[in-house]
Design a protein around this ligand. Sequence first.
Ligand code: NAP
Ligand code: G4F
Length: 341
Amino acid sequence: MARRALITGITGQDGSYLAEYLLEQGYEVWGLARGQANPRVSRMRKLLSDVRVVRGDLLDQGSLISAVERVQPDEVYNLGAISFVPMSWEQAELTAEVTGMGVLRMLEAIRVCSGVSRGASTGSGQIRFYQASSSEMFGQVSETPQNERTAFHPRSPYGVAKAYGHFLTQNYRESYGMFAVSGILFNHESPRRGAEFVTRKVSLGVARIKLGLATELRLGNLEARRDWGFAGDYVKAMHLMLQAGTPEDYVIGTGRMKSVRELAEAAFSAAGLDWERYVVTDQTLHRPAEVDLLCADPKKARVQLGWEPNVAFDELVALMVESDLKLLSAGGDLDQDSSWP
Ligand code: NAP
Ligand code: G4F
């Protein structure tokens, strides 16, 4: 019988790549979708017609219990979150509820539905749980590169909410013997990345300028450095973590970092343009507290899971620019329905 996976956050970037990958592996894939008439659900259905949809919301415990009861999954991937860091200052309580408490509700749904009790051991037949933890938890980093033992010092309400979800996942593993793991993923991007994140903002900005639809690109802190990889590579790591013999947490990243300035340089250059002529810095885009740098040490994932990233930074940037040039040339815009190529 096909293994069954339930993915929260199915309408997001990672949900789409993970669903595609699991379908290729022969899984029956279910996606949890929220809202009465969520336009992102129809966009997802266009791309992934084989995904089955179950309604539910990370804010609603009962809906998660119903979803788990209905789907009877072998694996649950909790990717749903408010994931845009600046929004977490504007709606800190909502971020805590969705990104933090949502983890508790999902874990409880699994615990209740599978009848797991205290002190059980991680046996076969259990629902395996993946939590989308984040390198934002490292925040003001205490060492570079960051590994599974690096201390957390989150710098945003989002990072704090993710740290709660991370520790709770560990706690359910230790308290109930659940096969519950966290992937501490560093920034990963793609042509399906939300337009609010800096890589896609830049690739879309370059495409608009190249096509004569804009004359400048406004950015915030050009000195921030990130470890950027390709989302398609990272969802494979999520799957590998749930196939491992023992439940453990892993850092996933490339081990290389670039600044936002270098990102802009690479993206404009991919379109044959000089970034300095178009990029304007805007103080209003700076954050109340910044994460200056993030760089992964993915050694544990390489050694224990055999995971390695395949797409390098320059290749990733070029493919995003190329994709946005095609999208905008074909008359696409950023309506929720058409922002995915
Ligand atoms: P994304 O594109 O922003 O997708 C977020 C998803 O969460 C969307 O499907 C959204 O659904 C869903 N969601 C929001 N509120 C919800 C609620 N109340 N109930 C159920 N679902 C809800 O994020 P992503 O880039 O794919 O990232 C996936 C996960 O990995 C997130 O948890 C993110 O925080 C984490 N992460 C991402 C990165 C990265 O670089 N991409 C790195 C580390 C960790 P709607 O369509 O209904 O809004
Ligand atoms: O692309 P960003 O918004 O991503 P950020 O804040 O690193 O968060 C992403 O990665 C996390 C993993 O580390 C995830 F957990 C999280 O869900 C999300 O996917 O910003 C990257 C950097 C920041 O330092 C920001 O200050 O780019 C800088 N930046 C400079 N100008 C900008 C801009 N960011 C955005 N979004 N827009 C700008 O105009």
